[in-house]
Design a protein around this ligand. Structure first.
Ligand SMILES: CC(C)(COP(=O)(O)OP(=O)(O)OC[C@H]1O[C@@H](n2cnc3c(N)ncnc32)[C@H](O)[C@@H]1OP(=O)(O)O)[C@@H](O)C(=O)NCCC(=O)NCCS
Length: 186
């Protein structure tokens, strides 16, 4: 059974995942949202101005009024630097399934940070909220994201043809991965 608990703070070895606050907009814009290369494989285009990021963060903060809203800003435990975002982008209470999306500042790629963040969020969604299945999808041209899923024990289920439009408006194939609660190593 699902018991929504909202975006509670989560700590890992190197990271603190917490709710966004308005002052996160500036580092978010500078570190990933305003950078075309950083958003190449997501569905939205790079923000043209800080005000665009500020408006989005303000909307996200309002989202925290709902207990079924899960969106964490990823920060470094040591420095507090704001380095990325991870969230539940879709869910079904009756099926007890959800889908996660994420993005990390390119300055911090390939250091294992998203693998660490994803592990903690999956644990939270199984343990605290009670989901039975967690899934993620990635553009087939973005294998690094698939690696993050594999490293967390998710199983490849197939490739969905033309299942998403990228931020250039082109159809792209996405690979889908999932993990079930009993498969997760708590
Ligand atoms: C995808 C993303 C989240 C990965 O985050 P990260 O913190 O760099 O991931 P990790 O360091 O935990 O793991 C990355 C893995 O991908 C591998 N990798 C990197 N580039 C790769 C490539 N071109 N092909 C295959 N594997 C690659 C790394 O070697 C590493 O695997 P390893 O530990 O086995 O060596 C990050 O690159 C990102 O935010 N990209 C932009 C936004 C995005 O693509 N979001 C995902 C949308 S589905």
């Amino acid at each position: 059974m699902i018991v929504h608990s909202g975006t509670c703070q989560i700590q890992t070895q190197r990271l603190v995942l917490r709710k966004f606050v308005q002052s996160d907009a500036e580092p978010m814009f500078n570190n990933w949202a305003g950078d075309c290369e950083n958003v190449k494989y997501v569905s939205w285009k790079a923000h043209k101005s800080l005000s665009e990021t500020q408006k989005l963060v303000s909307d996200w903060i309002q989202g925290y009024d709902n207990l079924d809203y899960y969106r964490w800003v990823i920060t470094l435990k040591d420095s507090g630097h704001v380095i990325g975002e991870i969230s539940v982008i879709d869910f079904s209470d009756c099926d007890e399934c959800c889908e996660i999306g994420y993005i990390l500042s390119k300055k911090y790629w390939n250091m294992g940070f998203m693998t660490e963040a994803l592990n903690a969020v999956i644990r939270y969604l199984f343990e605290k909220v009670g989901f039975h299945r967690v899934q993620l999808r990635h553009d087939v041209n973005n294998p690094a994201s698939g690696r993050v899923m594999q490293k967390n024990g998710l199983k490849y289920e197939g490739t969905l043809r033309h299942s998403r439009k990228n931020n250039q408006g082109n159809y792209c194939d996405t690979s889908i991965y999932s993990i079930l609660k009993f498969e997760f190593k708590f």
